[in-house]
Design a protein around this ligand. Structure first.
Ligand SMILES: *Cc1c(COP(=O)(O)O)cnc(C)c1O
Length: 356
């Protein structure tokens, strides 16, 4: 794919204090754009100065949520080089998401080439401090100029990048999560397995209520029986029960996380007992009551792993591992971040060099 580059003539000053980066508010000097229409397919791949998009007020995405996205990071290694983590998995997933929403897919090589070219150009924006990274947000929106809904005829693929602070500036602290019993996030046959903005819109209310009550995330149950655990806000869930690590199986309504997949591969390679199956809330509560719930954690690109110290079910709150981070979560965090930042041997070949 040929990518035209228009350099930003007024580059912004890079943030000087990397401890104050936060997440997703500061963006790099450039962005990637590529248009699609039904007759020509994808065309006009270009990198341009970061700036506002100009959209027709009738743009499909604004009315009918025809939007799919991805999230991955670029990491700066000790030798200064920059790398990403399993970007072809993101390429596959955005295409699975796009197919579900009847949106155009992108050749995997083009998706990764676009990220590589943009991150390479803006590589000085990849922060250096411990735990920091460049968050990469690719997304596709439907751009027909009509509020009449029909088969999509045009789309826009965008990639923006945001230097981001460490997820754990104060060290890894276990979080409090709350089982959601009112709203559901997704059902089988719906869009739960896709990374689409619409899923987040449906999750917003429960998230806000949980936050008001002092919980960081909502734990979603299945949308039909409301018995089985699905996932938390933007992370997949794992439990260590009586020596075995269990995680909800991918059933169509759960997002197939790349962190989830990597953790399962890692645990299996290390000979741990791992089960992907239906996990009922009842099973987890019973394990907690019998002292068999050793650890619980969420996993996703942003946090890698996030230990759950307290789980609220109705008006009961269960403490897990004394509200402290457990050995399995700790080990997983060290192993995965070790690979991502190039500190340990990439024994699975998961990293992808960006800068030559
Ligand atoms: C992105 C996301 C995850 C985690 O996926 P990763 O590929 O590990 O970052 C989990 N659940 C939801 C709903 C998500 O959007």
């Amino acid at each position: 794919m040929e990518i035209k580059i228009e350099r930003n003539q007024n580059p912004a000053p890079k943030p000087t204090d990397e401890s104050k980066l936060g997440f997703g508010k500061v963006f790099t000097d450039h962005m990637f754009l590529m248009d699609w229409d039904r007759e020509t397919g994808w065309h006009d791949a270009r990198i341009v100065p970061f700036g506002n998009l100009s959209l027709h007020p009738g743009t499909t995405a604004l009315h009918y949520a025809l939007e799919v996205f991805e999230g991955l990071k670029a990491y700066r290694r000790a030798d200064g080089k920059v790398q990403t983590f399993r970007p072809f998995e993101n390429a596959k997933r955005i295409n699975n998401s796009a197919k579900r929403l009847s949106m155009p897919t992108i050749p995997e090589e083009d998706f990764v080439q676009a990220i590589d070219t943009l991150v390479d150009l803006d590589q000085d924006w990849v922060p250096h401090a411990e735990g920091t990274s460049l968050y990469i947000r690719p997304y596709i929106i439907g751009t027909d100029k009509s509020v009449g809904l029909h088969t999509l005829n045009s789309a826009l693929f965008v990639i923006i990048c945001a230097p981001s602070g460490s997820y754990y500036p104060q060290g890894i602290n276990p979080v409090k999560i709350m089982v959601e019993t009112e709203d559901v996030r997704a059902v089988r046959g719906g869009t739960g397995f896709t990374k689409c903005g619409g899923n987040y819109a449906a999750a917003q209310r429960a998230g806000e209520i949980a936050e008001e009550k002092g919980y960081t995330q909502v734990l979603w149950l299945d949308g039909v029986e409301r018995k089985y655990i699905e996932e938390v806000g933007s992370m997949n869930m794992m439990f260590k029960i009586d020596g075995t690590i269990v995680t909800p199986e991918l059933n169509g309504s759960i997002l197939p996380g790349i962190t989830r997949k990597s953790i399962l591969e890692l645990l299996r390679a290390d000979g741990e007992k791992v089960e992907e199956r239906r996990v009922s809330l009842e099973e987890v509560v019973k394990a907690a009551e019998n002292g068999k719930l050793e650890e619980a954690w969420g996993c996703g690109t942003a946090a890698v792993v996030s230990p759950v110290g307290w789980l609220a079910v109705g008006d009961k709150e269960y403490e897990i591992n004394g509200g402290k981070i457990g050995p399995t979560v700790h080990k997983l965090y060290d192993e995965i971040t070790g690979i991502q930042w190039g500190k340990s041997n990439d024994r699975f070949g998961w990293t992808h060099p960006v800068s030559k």
